[in-house]
Design a protein around this ligand. Structure first.
Ligand SMILES: Nc1nc2c(ncn2[C@@H]2O[C@H](COP(=O)(O)OP(=O)(O)OP(=O)(O)O)[C@@H](O)[C@H]2O)c(=O)[nH]1
Ligand SMILES: [Mg+2]
Length: 240
C-alpha cells in the first residue's frame, strides 16, 4: 500500500493562549496519518509559546519561537523555510496554514487534503458557494469584500477569496516562491503567495469554508493592515 502523504499544519500565534490547546486537540482528533503541527510564536506576552511547548509533550507539535512580533507574514515565511529545509524523509508533501484563534475550523482539513490531490494550491474560500462568515460586523465584511474585489481586479486573477488565511500548498509550490520578494505583514501576504502561484501557472482551487469571528483573545486587525494591502497590491501589479 502507498504511504499516506506527509502533512504539516502551520499556525502563527500572538497571544492565543485561550485557543491554542483546543485548536491542537481538534486537529489531533481528526486522526490524520503523518500529520505534524508547527506553531510559530512571536514571543507572545501571554505565554502562548511555553503553553505550546507543554502541549508538545502530548501532541506532535514543533514550536518555533521568534524574538518579537513582526506580523503573520514574517512568521509564516520563517516556518515555511524551516519546514522546506527538513530532510527528504521528514519534509511534508502538503503544507496547510491556518489561524490559531479557531476562526478556521480544523474539521475542514480533510476536505483540503482531498482537494490538494488534484490541485497545487487550495484556498479556503468564504466567498464561494457554501462558504461564509459568522459574527463579523458589517464594516469588517465590507472591508474584506472590497479588498478581495480590488485585488482580483488590479491583479487580474479570478479567485474569489484572496485574503483568506486557510490554505493548503503542495510543497513544490512553496519551494518555487522567492520569499525575499515578500515583505507584507498582513493580508497582503495571503494575496502574494496566491499571486506568485498563479503567475507560475499553477492550478489553484477554492473550497468553501465558514469563517467564525474569534470568541477569545484580542484582535490584531488594524487600519495599517488595510493600508498595506491597498498599496502593496498596486506594487505587486507593476512588479516584473
Ligand atoms: N507569530 C505571529 N502570529 C500572528 C501575528 N499577528 C497575527 N498572528 C496570528 O495570525 C492569526 C491571524 O491573526 P488574527 O489576529 O486572528 O487576524 P484576523 O483573523 O484578521 O483578526 P481577528 O481575529 O479579528 O484578530 C492568528 O493565529 C494570530 O495569532 C504576529 O505578528 N506574529
Ligand atoms: Mg482571527
Amino acid at each position: 500500500m502507498l504511504e499516506s502523504p506527509r502533512v504539516t499544519v502551520i499556525t502563527p500565534t500572538y497571544n492565543e493562549k485561550e485557543s491554542i490547546a483546543e485548536l491542537i486537540r481538534r486537529i489531533h482528533d481528526l486522526h490524520i496519518e503523518n500529520l505534524d503541527i508547527v506553531v510559530v510564536d512571536d514571543n507572545s506576552p501571554d505565554g502562548t509559546g511555553s503553553l505550546a511547548e507543554r502541549l508538545g509533550q502530548q501532541y506532535p507539535i514543533r514550536v518555533i519561537h521568534r524574538a518579537k512580533k513582526e506580523g503573520l507574514g514574517k512568521a509564516y515565511i520563517h516556518a515555511f523555510k524551516e519546514v522546506l529545509a527538513l530532510g527528504p524523509e521528514t519534509k511534508p508533501d502538503y503544507i496547510i496554514q491556518m489561524d490559531a484563534d479557531l476562526s478556521h475550523d480544523p474539521a475542514s482539513i480533510p476536505r483540503f487534503l482531498e482537494k490538494i490531490e488534484s490541485c497545487d494550491v487550495v484556498l479556503g474560500s468564504r466567498y464561494t458557494r457554501g462558504g461564509g462568515i459568522e459574527n463579523w460586523s458589517l464594516i469588517r465584511r465590507m472591508v474584506s469584500r472590497f479588498g478581495n474585489i480590488y485585488a482580483s481586479l488590479v491583479l487580474g486573477i479570478p479567485y474569489r477569496d484572496l485574503t483568506s488565511g486557510f490554505k493548503c500548498f503542495r510543497r513544490e509550490v512553496l519551494e518555487a516562491i522567492d520569499f525575499t520578494n515578500i515583505s507584507s505583514v498582513g493580508y497582503n501576504f495571503q494575496i502574494e503567495t496566491t499571486y506568485y502561484a498563479h503567475r507560475n501557472k499553477l492550478k489553484i482551487c477554492e473550497i468553501p469554508i465558514i469563517f467564525t469571528e474569534r470568541k477569545q483573545g484580542t484582535s490584531k486587525f488594524n487600519v495599517g493592515i488595510i493600508v498595506e494591502s491597498f498599496w502593496k497590491v498596486l506594487l505587486l501589479r507593476f512588479r516584473k
